[in-house]
Design a protein around this ligand. Sequence first.
Ligand code: ADP
Length: 328
Amino acid sequence: MHSKKVTKIGVLTSGGDSPGMNACIRAVVRTGLYHKLEVFGIVRGYSGMIDDDIQSMNSRSVANIIQRGGTILKTARSKEFLTHEGRRKAYDNLKKRGIDGLVIIGGDGSFRGAQVFSNEFDIPCIGVPGTIDKDIAGSDFTIGFDTAVNTAVQAIDKIRDTADAHDRLFIIEVMGRDAGYIALHSGISTGAEHILIPERRTDIEALLRSLQEKEKRQKLVNLVVVAEGDDFGGGNEVSRIIKERLPNVDIRVAILGHIQRGGSPTCLDRVLASRMGYSAVEALIEGRHNVMVGIVNNRMHYTPLDKAVKATQKISEEWMKIVKILAS
Ligand code: ADP
């Protein structure tokens, strides 16, 4: 626990953006104001802290943003923040305004930065997990995952319509460099025949055998959902090998890309962001420092920032069994 009482807090979004960040900014600002704190919005993450791009926020500054994707505070990656001189500049800018607490909405990289900064300059930092990948230890959900996965589901449903009309095999690449959650959830909920994820070694021979077998029994419409970080190399690579080995299969690739990061957040993400933003400010007021706010079993949970790292969870055999049985 931190002994000093916070009076002025800063909020920033950092690293990769995710839908729902605005709802979280709104919650931080309004909870802060409720507790009579002054609240500042720091623009473009740690870059804005270094460049002194810091604005005073009031209740109206966050009006009409809960439903908007992106982040009104912008986000960035900052090389300068990796250096002590950069962090010193950032600290000086906070100090001259009297900012004595920070809420950082971002991924594990942003939390690492917060941890280093806080250890050097004694500013309590509270992390809020905002990433579409849902791969942070210490929270069952992260802001943006539900929206991203639902965007993927809508797109895949549309692709299934056209795949069905032409009896085609579609390879659909979704986001997830290190984590396969978007692929797994969107694949199961669209009835994908195969789901390839970074957490499991891709057995391409088994995939080819299964496609051949399906062709024999006239199951001609097949969707394969591939996470971009799949060890076989993403959608284009999987398509290339199938074309090479099964030249008769009519195959198309769709890479969903950045649409998964945008759009209006779902109800689940808005509620999650509101709860987490509120709890982050409460945590600062209670004197906590260097923890990430998370939700575990539907309860608020605090994890030390250095433990809130990218978690490569094991995806159980059972999940893969479900995929196999339901897609037969
Ligand atoms: P994410 O938060 O989405 O994981 P990044 O990994 O790009 O995004 O991290 C965001 C920013 O956090 C980086 O651009 C950098 O400024 C800062 N950061 C990350 N790691 C460190 C570190 N070890 N020390 C200081 N700053 C860091």
